[in-house]
Ligand binder design. Structure first.
Ligand code: SF4
Ligand code: SF4
Length: 234
């Protein structure tokens, strides 16, 4: 059997959070962590977590697995067990727990909204569409693939310390996606909005964000690129 520890907390009945010890049949070693949770929820239907696509695309099942944020649906149990003899599952750190593995992402999406994640234009609309060359489109590679799972921001110490003031790696990577978009006409305003000491500059370049991103993106690199764009602007 595989030993499992899961963070449990139902504020309606529990005085405090606790770790529940459970076990999985051996065959789950070669399955994904989400498969293990589905099995455990059949044993205990009160276990709460988010999931949707099961393909690493929707970003719903971000959680902390043996100390590292990841998507449960694409994290093999064996990978988690490579650092420990048991599977330990906790909610994303730095975000308020609603219940068990479900966290409140209100602030995470508020920070996303702050970077105005949409194209801003001042020109009149073209007759059909705003065109890009292949090279202009290629600038968005490594940015548009973000699924807003929150794994990076939740593992970022600067976000833990200044959750309201620091935008966090996910929102900053998304910001760069629009700063570099040839169709957007608010580049300077976007950059100016981040010139305070916190929004962008609280990043300490430790790289937790890049370490955990399940899509293989580089939020720390994106933050460095925004700083470069700010220098170019001056
Ligand atoms: S590199 Fe910056 S954004 Fe990434 S985890 Fe560290 S402080 Fe946070
Ligand atoms: S950058 Fe990666 S870890 Fe961060 S929200 Fe996007 S997909 Fe998730």
């Amino acid at each position: 059997m595989v030993s499992v520890e899961i963070y449990r907390y139902n504020p309606e009945v529990d005085a405090a959070p606790y770790m529940q010890t459970l076990s999985l049949p051996e065959e789950f070693r070669v399955r994904m962590v989400l498969d293990a949770l589905e099995y455990l929820r059949v044993q205990d239907p009160t276990l709460a977590y988010r999931r949707s696509c099961r393909e690493g695309v929707c970003g719903s099942d971000g959680m902390n697995i043996n100390g590292k944020n990841a998507l449960a649906c694409i994290t093999p149990v064996t990978q988690a067990l490579s650092t420990s003899n048991r599977l330990v599952v906790r909610p994303l750190p730095g975000m308020p727990v609603i219940r068990d593995l479900v966290v409140d992402q209100t602030l995470f999406f508020k920070q996303y909204e702050r970077v105005m994640p949409w194209l801003i234009t001042v020109d009149a609309n073209p007759p059909i569409e705003r065109l890009q060359t292949p090279q202009e489109r290629a600038r968005l590679d490594g940015l548009y693939e973000c699924i807003l799972c929150g794994c990076c921001t939740s593992q970022c110490p600067s976000s833990w310390w200044n959750p309201e003031k620091y935008l966090g790696p996910a929102a900053l990577l998304q910001s760069l996606r629009f700063i570099l978009d040839s169709r957007d006409q608010a580049r300077d305003a976007r950059l100016e909005s981040m010139q305070d000491p916190f929004s962008l500059f609280r990043c300490r370049s430790i790289g937790n964000c890049t370490w955990v991103c399940p899509k293989g993106l580089n939020p720390m690199g994106a933050i460095g690129r925004i700083r470069l764009e700010l220098l170019r602007k001056e």
